[in-house]
Structures are given as C-alpha cells and as structure tokens.
Write a protein that binds this ligand. Structure first.
Ligand code: G3P
Ligand code: CA
Length: 247
C-alpha cells in the first residue's frame, strides 16, 4: 500500500505524554496535547470479552491496581481499575481507557494516532483483526487514518486481512533476518525502528523500498538531530517537555 502523501506530523508523543503522566491514559493524551503534540502513540490489546483497551504490559500490576493478565479480565472489570495512582497522587483514580474513548478524543481534537497493536501472548493475529476492525469503523470517512504498528508480524497480518486499506508499520527492535521482506510482504507503509538502527545504509534500504522511516523512543536532542539529518520521517518521544513539535 502507498499513501498519497505522508499525512502524519514528524513528532509523536509516546504513550500520550511519555513519563510525565500515567502512560496510555486520557490524562496523558491531554498533557501531551497541552505541549503542542498533534500525534500520539499508544498500546492496544483486548479484554477477555474482546474490547480493545490501552495498556502496555500483558499484566496489570505495573500500571494499575489490578493483578494478572489484562487479557484475562472482561472490560467491565478493567474499567473499574485505577491506572493513575502508580504514577503520582495527582492522577489517582485515572481509569484505563478503552480504545474507543481515546479514538473519540483524537477525532474530536483533530489528532493523529499511531496504534501499536500489543497483543496478549497467544492472540496475536486475532488482536490485529479486531483492533483494525474497530479502527476502520471509528475513522470511517476521515481524511487521515490511524497508523497501525506492531512488533508482531502476525498482528499486522491480522490487520491486513481485516482492513487492508489501513496503513501499517513494522516495529523493529533489531534487524532480524528478513525484516525488509517481511515489511513488504505485509504491504507496510513504514518501518518504526529503535532509533539506533537507523544509519545511511538502513535508511537508504527502507526508502528504496518505498517505506517511510520512523523511530522510537527518542529522548535526547542529539539523537533527534541525527535522525532528522538522516532524512527520516517520524520521531516518537517521551520528552513532550523537551521537544517542540512545531519546529
Ligand atoms: O511504538 C514504539 C514504541 O512504543 C515501542 O516500544 O515498548 O514502548 O511499546 P514500547
Ligand atoms: Ca508502544
């Protein structure tokens, strides 16, 4: 798939507002937006009854007051959890957001979204399908679709099967054997790499294949300057307080 032109801003706020607010919550998105960010990255997985919601880890302990696998609980139980107290008292009681809530927030405010499909282990392909179906429904008729990314090719394959028109990006933490061929076979529009993986050679390979080049998680000015000089397209950062997305 090729997008007519790249519709996304260069700067993307990681998990809403990096570490300044509880990750993957609406409060974080609001804080990132207050710093001028107009595109956000978030992690999406499925509840036991198939509702997409935002959380990074497979388990609830680090970022909520729940226990066990998030994917083992129905949305009705997950929606009662406190996803803010772990961060600071100011955010006590902040709920886990459903993907639908975050989608509405982004759409109403004209923000772009990078949805990282972060499946509970064992349901990779299914999660990709369900998240893509919800994204297609929620963004129907919108000029700028969400960018679906995943470290898991099975999840991208599920998204491709369900909603082939939605743009996809392969996340890479290492350049494992077959990375470029896999991205092309999944008809991706982008590679989203650990920023250290980008150099003249990898950028040239990606661009020659027609792929956009994005990086995570870039928290230092020297690293951002290097990536911009290399001609890459997007930077995902925790440091919503350091970088000016209007620059
Ligand atoms: O999507 C980029 C980045 O978020 C991937 O790493 O572990 O922060 O989800 P992680
Ligand atoms: Ca992520």
């Amino acid at each position: 798939m090729t997008l007519p032109s790249w519709p996304y801003p260069r700067w993307v706020a990681h998990r809403g507002a990096g570490k300044l607010a509880p990750e993957n919550t609406l409060a974080a998105f609001r804080l990132g937006a207050s710093h001028g960010f107009r595109m956000f990255e978030c992690d999406v997985k499925l509840s036991a009854d198939g509702v997409p919601f935002l959380m990074h880890d497979a388990t609830l302990e680090r970022t909520t007051n729940g226990t066990g696998l998030g994917g083992d609980q129905p949305w009705g139980a997950l929606a009662q959890l406190d996803a803010g107290s772990w961060h600071s008292r100011a955010y006590a009681g902040e709920p886990l957001p459903s993907f639908e809530n975050i989608a509405h927030y982004c759409l109403r405010n004209g923000h772009a979204l990078n949805i990282e499909i972060k499946p509970t282990p064992g349901v990779e392909e299914h999660t990709g399908r369900v998240v893509a179906d919800h994204a297609a429904r929620l963004w129907q008729g919108q000029a700028v679709p969400p960018l679906l990314t995943s470290f898991r090719p099975e999840s991208l394959a599920g998204a491709q099967a369900a909603q082939p028109q939605l743009p996809r990006g392969l996340l890479l933490d290492t350049l494992w054997k077959g990375w470029l061929e896999t991205a092309l076979s999944l008809d991706c529009v982008a590679l989203v790499c650990n920023h250290a993986l980008w150099d003249t050679s990898t950028v040239t390979q990606a661009q020659a294949a027609g792929l956009r080049t994005l990086s995570y998680t870039v928290n230092d000015e020297w690293a951002a300057e290097r990536l911009i000089a290399l001609g890459t397209d997007g930077i995902i950062t925790d440091r919503v307080d350091l970088f000016s997305p209007m620059a």
